[in-house]
Design a protein around this ligand. Sequence first.
Ligand code: SAM
Length: 288
Amino acid sequence: MADNTVWQETLHDQFGQYFTVERVLYHEKTDHQDLIIFENAAFGRVMALDGVVQTTERDEFIYHEMMTHVPLLAHGHAKRVLIIGGGDGAMLREVSRHRNVESITMVEIDAGVVAFCRQYLPNHSAGAYDDPRFTLVIDDGVNFVNQTTQTFDIIISDCTDPIGPGENLFTSAFYQGCKRCLTPGGIFVAQNGVCFLQQDEAIDSHRKLSHYFADVSFYQAAVPTYYGGMMTFAWASDNEALRHLSTEIIQARFHSAGIRCRYYNPAIHTAAFALPQYLHDALPHQAT
Ligand code: SAM
């Protein structure tokens, strides 16, 4: 792809978003997917995999703050965190801000994404790859969670959409593996697309996760370049109370964590679990 052209996202057939490409920084077919990183005047550096926007410099903080601080502060004493995917390093950056976390493992299928994002999206990882608590595993996440002897308090599935290698991370085999290596009281969260446009994916995840977890639901945030509505995050644990903590409890934990965010705050945390009626109506037995 040349400079000064237009990049068209191909996630949906009948409609989509485009970005002007001021400069292509990198474009390669890795062993697993087509990776492009380019500069856009409105969103800064943009990374896409197989034609789908993964992350942009301008709005990545919303997604990464919500997928880390919500489960970590809801848990309250997480020590061991597993990130599946997350090759751009921003999820690792946000997890590493929690001083009480003792170990962070990231299982990424494509070493190329890590290498090129470290070079072309340095602000995403912001040095977190050098955190002494961090271990990088290059593998398919579904293999890792079904074979590891380690256990984790929080599992964050920061994967692509269920196309290409990401498809494995929306299967029962993956969810079963996650349940297998989560500690009692552990929390699983996953990116589950924009449910207004990808509602079937949310319903499918809910159905599969409900086989392994007592409490399965979602929470949401608006991420501009995951266009089409609210980005939906799957939530699974065996303790429903973890999803209903008061703003006051979250506030106390947020304060003692000593973290300042640009999107996340305790009020946003508790409000994020309020779901639209059409999603409640689409889910079986979804009382609250
Ligand atoms: N924030 C993005 C989103 O919401 O779509 C996801 C960001 S991150 C770039 C997605 C990562 O998942 C990529 O680095 C990709 O290589 C990785 N990935 C895809 N399938 C995977 C699998 N089966 N196991 C581990 N990592 C996988």
